[in-house]
Design a protein. Structure first.
Length: 409
């Protein structure tokens, strides 16, 4: 099954990536192994056994390799700052080689340039822009100038060009990943705004619905006050209860809207009653046949619960149309059990792999999470695909909505 879960902090919308782990454990171990292997290779080649320059190169390589190994755990500010320090240290070492005019072979090596290239990729991907603008050229110079730091020969020039190609490639990969993350953040922000806009549309009709009910009850109480005064206190209690429920639900919905800006278009409220229309329209289009099963009472459902249930069914039926190849029947079940409302939509089509780049279920999980519910989706027993949402009838207090993701298990 696929379950909505809290997602780790992600880069902010301002373009400054946050503290995110770039590599899984296996990738991190592979990186560390490769860099340590290059240090051993340079050592076997005699790079660190030369008097004066050898120990300096060994210390510099070990420090830069150590930084590269821990770099996935550094935040967006510390990473480029540390990379700048390493690049400056490497350039100073190259200048010292040039002034001392030691043998050209002493300036070559692979561990240090490889670690600097990895840092260049990582800084371009998620470094704080102000520091990354300084770190990138320093890292590039440190990588390219080391082979020609002692003498410019055909062999050292070729090696320098190869290092430059590697640096440019790493820079391109890092910037490409950065732009991809920015685009995904933009899409996620647009999705959140769309969800809050839908809540704003619901809020108008919700207020009209409850206020109208309160007014009708108040008018009835006024009409019977002279003839049957004993019926006035119960009517007032009903008015008080309706007003309290309306205020509580309005606080939840307004809390969900607090980050949404701009003018919204008002549309009719869609709830459990409109689920019948959704199912009928789905079957009328042709292809798969939808069947609705309803159990329990839904008259006292809060508006945010009923509209979210409607959205669950709508999103699930849309996904059936898009992805359920060979589907002949869709089963929609809405079950009210105590203080919990369960909405299940399953089909008998061929199982399909959920796309992690899609935002439909992610947006649905966020909306359900705002009222304290949960969403699951995945293959069902006997073939096909299913979506199940569990909604609390008494909504949870509105809090800052956690960013959610859909992760396969």
């Amino acid at each position: 099954m696929v379950q909505a879960a809290n997602e780790a902090p992600t880069p902010t919308a301002t373009g400054e990536p946050g503290h995110t782990q770039v590599l899984p454990v296996t990738g991190w171990m592979l990186l560390a192994g490769c860099l340590v292997g290059l240090v051993v290779l340079d050592s076997v080649g005699g790079l660190y056994w030369i008097e004066y320059s050898g120990p300096a190169k060994l210390i510099g390589a070990l420090l830069i390799v150590a930084l590269a190994v821990v770099s996935p755990r550094l935040d967006s500010r510390a990473l480029p700052v540390a990379a700048c320090v390493c690049a400056v240290g490497s350039l100073c070492l190259s200048v010292w080689f040039h002034l001392e005019m030691v043998g050209s072979s002493q300036s070559l090596g692979f561990a240090e340039p490889a670690a600097l290239t990895w840092l260049l990729l990582l800084v371009a991907r998620r470094g704080k822009p102000s520091w990354a603008a300084l770190a990138v050229p320093l890292l590039g110079m440190a990588i390219v100038l080391r082979p020609v730091s002692v003498s410019v020969r055909q062999s050292t020039t070729i090696i320098a060009l190869l290092f430059a190609l590697a640096a440019v490639t790493a820079l391109g990969i890092g910037l490409g990943m950065r732009l991809l993350l920015v685009d995904r953040r933009r899409q996620a922000a647009a999705l959140r705004l769309e969800q809050r806009t839908e809540f704003a549309r619901d809020l108008h009709d919700f207020v009209a619905h409850h206020v109208t009910g309160i007014v009708v009850q108040a008018q009835g109480a006024q009409a019977i006050a002279g003839r049957k005064p004993e019926l006035v206190p119960p009517a007032l209690r009903r008015i008080e209860q309706a007003g309290s429920e309306a205020l509580t639900s309005m606080r939840h919905m307004v809390g969900m809207l607090r980050d949404a800006d701009g003018e919204v278009t008002l549309t009719p409220l869609a709830g459990i009653g409109e689920v019948h229309t959704l199912v009928e329209e789905f079957s009328a289009v042709g292809g798969a046949r939808a069947r609705l099963e309803v159990e329990g009472t839904f008259d006292d459902l809060p508006v945010e619960v009923s509209t979210t249930a409607h959205r669950v069914v709508m999103e699930a039926l849309t996904n059936v149309r898009k992805h359920a190849h060979g589907c002949t029947e869709v089963r929609v079940r809405v079950d009210r059990s105590g203080e919990r409302l369960t909405v299940r939509v399953s089909d008998d089509g061929r199982s399909r792999h959920h796309s992690q780049s899609g935002f439909g279920l992610k947006g649905l999980a966020e909306r359900v999470g705002l009222i304290g519910g949960s969403v699951q989706a995945g293959p069902v027993t006997g073939g096909g695909w299913g979506v199940e949402a569990t909604l609390p009838v008494s909504p949870a207090p509105a809090t800052a909505p956690a960013k959610t993701k859909v992760a396969a298990t």
